[in-house]
Design a protein around this ligand. Structure first.
Ligand code: NAP
Length: 322
């Protein structure tokens, strides 16, 4: 492993809205942050926003902005104030000794006093036959990205939460019919989202069912095999596309056994700060927030993480100091 003599003041892992906002703030505080913008567990460089098209709810863009363009703008803004970037995966992190050390996939060592974790979350998958083979060819976890391809077709969405309802309604803009498949007989989604989905003529529901196989050939989905959770019977649901909205898995494996997580695997911070259980390690964005998961809320926590890191360093970066 090659190493450098430089110990960075602040290193940020992740280059979505949380990581890049943290970089803007840390750079403007003269902390010369380093951003690691590697691909984390198959996710995109730049985070999930780079998989979306129009972003209409990020304040400041009255006419909307494309997700990848928004990320490019944030990156340029961070760079302008002195952020440096490394485009590589991090394969190992040691936060048990100080300064903290990080190892990249190509064997480079990075040393840092403060660490901001902005590694995001990835969509959960079903792990059933056919899913991986047809991923990107009819199977997707992003209605915003791929809904357009299903004009006048029949799509299935799996899940019963707010995301499933939101995506089902979004998909009705394109699809002729949207079937929500849920494993129970009541939705987890908020009442208002449920009411909207129930009122939409294009959306119907299959209750108490779990998909067991995605069927298709030649890069096209043709149906979904469902198992009735009450009777155990199998059935075939013909469809042209399958969208998953079954939650997200936070990208925390780099910190297994060192940073505290909640029951769902999200990093725990000492609210309202972004301090984790290890002094000098801060967390922001989707890796610590499963409630809001918006670009603007991720950016907000990124700002908080940079300010927390700045204050912690200014106070001496003491291992005992929160
Ligand atoms: P979620 O609330 O965790 O819902 C996940 C859904 O997927 C649940 O209905 C769950 O079923 C189902 N599920 C999980 N694993 C499954 C599996 N292996 N097979 C089949 N079904 C499975 O996740 P989310 O909908 O992504 O929402 C996350 C958070 O973001 C929530 O706090 C939500 O309120 C928020 N959010 C808000 C909005 C909005 O207000 N506009 C939009 C999107 C998200 P069970 O119900 O049986 O557990």
């Amino acid at each position: 492993m090659s190493s450098t003599d430089t110990t960075h003041q602040v290193t940020i892992i992740g280059s979505g809205p949380a990581g890049l906002t943290a970089a803007v703030y840390a750079a403007r505080a003269n902390l010369e942050p380093l951003v690691i913008e590697g691909v984390i567990e198959g996710g995109p460089t730049g985070g999930q926003l780079t998989l979306t098209t129009d972003v209409e709810n990020f304040p400041g863009f009255a006419d909307g902005i494309m997700g990848p363009e928004l990320i490019l703008q944030m990156r340029a803004q961070a760079e302008r104030f002195g952020t440096t970037f490394i485009t590589e995966d991090i394969v190992k992190v040691n936060v048990e000794q100080r300064p903290f050390t990080l190892e990249t996939a190509s064997g480079n060592a990075i040393s840092t006093q403060a660490l901001i974790v902005a590694t995001g979350a990835k969509p959960r998958r079903l792990d059933i036959p056919g899913e991986a083979e047809l991923w990107g060819s009819g199977v997707s976890a992003c209605a915003t990205c791929d809904g357009f391809f299903f004009r006048d077709q029949h799509v299935v969405i799996v899940g019963g939460g707010d995301s499933a309802m939101e995506e089902a309604m979004f998909l009705t803009k394109f699809a002729a019919k949207v079937t929500v498949v849920h494993r129970r007989d009541e939705l987890r989604a908020s009442k208002i989202m449920q009411d909207r989905a129930f009122a939409n003529d294009k959306i119907d529901f299959v209750w108490n069912a779990i998909p067991t196989e995605v069927n298709g050939s030649d890069g096209k989905v043709s149906s979904l095999t469902l198992k009735d959770t009450q009777t155990g019977e199998f059935s075939d649901l013909p469809c042209d596309g399958l969208f998953l909205a079954i939650g997200h898995i936070p990208n925390t494996w780099l910190f297994d056994g060192t940073l505290e997580t909640d029951n769902d695997g999200y990093l725990i911070v000492d609210q309202p700060t972004t301090h984790t259980n290890v002094p000098g390690v801060f967390a922001c964005g989707d890796v610590m927030d499963h409630t809001y998961r918006q670009a603007v809320t991720a950016a907000g926590t990124g700002c908080r993480a940079a300010m927390d890191a700045e204050r912690w360093l200014a106070a001496g970066g003491d291992a005992s100091h929160q």
